[in-house]
Design a protein around this ligand. Sequence first.
Ligand code: PMV
Length: 320
Amino acid sequence: MKMSASAPGKLLLLGDHAVVYGRPCLVTAVDLRYRATVETLPGDTVEILTPQLDAPRRVIATAVGSSAPRETAFVEAAVARVFERAGQQTGLRVTTAGPPLSYGLGSSSAITVATVAALAALLDLDLTRAEQFALAYDAVLAVQGTGSGFDLAAALYGGTLYFVTGGKMIEPLTVPHLPLVIGYSGSKVGTVNLVAEVARRREQRPAVIDGIFDVMRHLVEDGRQQLVAGDWSAFGELMNLNQGLLDALGVNTPSLTRLIESARAAGAAGAKLSGAGGGDCMYAVHSGKVDTIAAAISAAGGDVVAVPVHAPGVRLEDAI
Ligand code: PMV
């Protein structure tokens, strides 16, 4: 028996970092799809093949997820959670695949969700999306100890979502075509380090940082209305305000600033970093000037990531 599932990456639109602290965010799924294929093997060994490993990692089913290397940590944590939920363990081969460049657009969350979905199907576990979210979120917290889960929600539900920390609310939004240009700024500091850095600042000045997060909540609530209405000039203004607050949190970088400023100068209604910051991606909103804005981002040293957004969520695929 063999099962395969694919899941999309994500682009955080508004509410970055605040969503770790009980506030909402807006996120859209991006059509960079990651795939997990699972098949039963005789015996009790779980074998994992990922593009990052030269040789498969083999681990006894009862030990899957413990002391996993970085390359297989999310897959193993997902497998361990589904085994636990199913009340059974089997010999297994898990193979993951996906675009070689992920641009920080959610490869780990997509692979975690695809693994949960494929393995649940293989073991005949009928899980709701909320149950799949809970298992995947548990897996991610076991690996990295922190995170709001917004990326897992995007991988599971697809589309564009209003999301509150830990999946307290996951609301799919009906939105018009999103006129976005995504720019990749280069390498980054890991998300976990940036989340820890913001936590440190919040410990030093709780009232100030919580105040910033509260303003972000307002930006997200307002942004949700503008997004649904397709008012890109209003949405862009909210993006620019959000960018100022992320700068205040200390997660902006000079290269992100260059890309953001060049997009604005080329006519973008708004531009901001997306996600934890420290590098990775920014995005701009435009109304009809996509080529000029994309050219400006490239000229400022960014890689334009031409990928559809509002992508479909996790789905089972033909196993090959
Ligand atoms: O680094 P990314 O793109 O995965 O985004 C992290 C977003 C944070 O809000 C900083 C963390 C989180 O889990 O919500």
